[in-house]
Write a protein that binds this ligand. Structure first.
Ligand code: NDP
Length: 309
């Protein structure tokens, strides 16, 4: 039995080693060096070349190397019978929670301001935001959003969530769907996007929605670049409605050299490092699904191609 790794550009050696370490007898193939493509049923992918699955007529599972599956679903020629799975790894979830907390605290206390002052030997204070006057709104209350919400709640923040379907949680009010989006936004002093990228959520951070945030709100996008309309964010930062933004993801990555985000004084940039999959930790669930497929049992973390997540 075998697993094929298919990716355009991503390093595969870590995955190969991690799979072999856990399952020495498993044949781990790397596309395109696969002799008998018709024998392969399980693919592990990130940003595969479009249409590549036509070469693998018996693929039954396409597993994402990350939490997002937009890079798989962008392919109009996916095999209709293949099951698509996302990654739900505890380390990935933990790291995203910590990163979001770091961005929130950096905004609240503005450590960059003091670092800049230090360079000028400047002993100046400024007022800072506190947990009791800051409400955080998290768009997407799935694996990552719900965990980030719990971490921020533990720190004393009031946290609201926004999801597609109704949820009843003890400490977090979750707003639902398009009909409750404006009410959710109006209460979000810090807005965190942890949505999957789908046809419903693409461009959701735009002039209209961002204008609904309270004045001086702060925007954190750690989901996908195509959630955000870049020029709308810049317009609302420049007209003073928004206080700033931390962006980890971009429409084009790496962010083009001449993109205005690089030099915007109110924007902090990180190069898509919010939470990076550790193959050593993630392969257990890949192998679990691989075994389930062999036993013809239901797989875990299955996504809906119709919903896009
Ligand atoms: P999940 O699939 O677990 O959760 C998705 C959440 O979004 C659910 O709460 C869902 O609502 C909600 N949602 C989906 N569509 C809509 C909609 N139209 N309107 C309102 N809510 C919607 O995703 P994860 O938490 O695992 O991951 C989220 C995203 O984070 C990934 O897709 C990826 O893009 C990004 N990511 C970024 C990383 C980085 O390093 N920057 C690393 C890992 C992931 P409901 O609960 O009702 O179904």
């Amino acid at each position: 039995m075998s697993i094929v790794i298919i990716t355009a550009g991503k390093e595969t050696i870590g995955w190969e080693k991690a799979l072999k370490a856990k399952r020495p007898e498993l044949e781990v193939l790397v596309h395109p060096d696969v002799a008998a493509k018709d024998k392969v049923e399980f693919a592990l992918t990130w940003g595969h070349p479009l249409g590549v699955f036509k070469e693998y007529p018996n693929i039954r599972c396409i597993a994402s190397m990350g939490a997002g599956v937009d890079h798989i679903l962008r392919d109009p020629e996916l095999p209709v019978s293949a099951i698509i799975t996302k990654l739900e790894d505890p380390n990935l979830t933990r790291d995203m929670g910590l990163f979001v907390v770091a961005l929130v605290l950096n905004h609240m206390r503005d450590l960059t301001f003091y670092k800049q002052n230090q360079q000028q030997h400047n002993w100046s204070h400024k007022r800072y935001l506190t947990t009791d006057n800051t409400t955080i709104g998290i768009m997407g209350m799935g694996t990552l959003g719900a965990h980030a919400a719990a971490e921020l709640t533990k720190l004393g923040f009031k946290v609201n969530g926004w999801a597609r379907t109704e949820k009843q949680l003890a400490t977090i009010k979750v707003y639902k769907g398009a009909e409750e989006l404006n009410s959710f936004l109006a209460k979000s002093d810090i807005l965190i996007c942890l949505l999957p990228l789908t046809s419903q959520t693409e461009n959701i951070l735009n002039r209209q929605t961002l204008s609904k945030l309270p004045k001086n709100a702060f925007v954190i996008n750690v989901a996908r670049g195509r959630h955000l309309v870049d020029e709308d964010l810049i317009a609302l930062l420049d007209n003073g409605h928004l206080a700033g933004a931390s962006l980890d993801v971009f429409r084009e990555e790496p962010l083009p050299e001449d993109h205005p985000f690089w030099s915007h004084p109110k924007i902090n940039i990180t190069p898509h490092i919010a939470s990076i999959t550790d193959p050593a930790s993630a392969v257990s669930q890949i192998l679990d699904n691989y075994d389930r497929l062999q036993r013809r049992e239901p797989l875990k973390n299955v996504v809906s191609p119709e919903l896009g997540y």
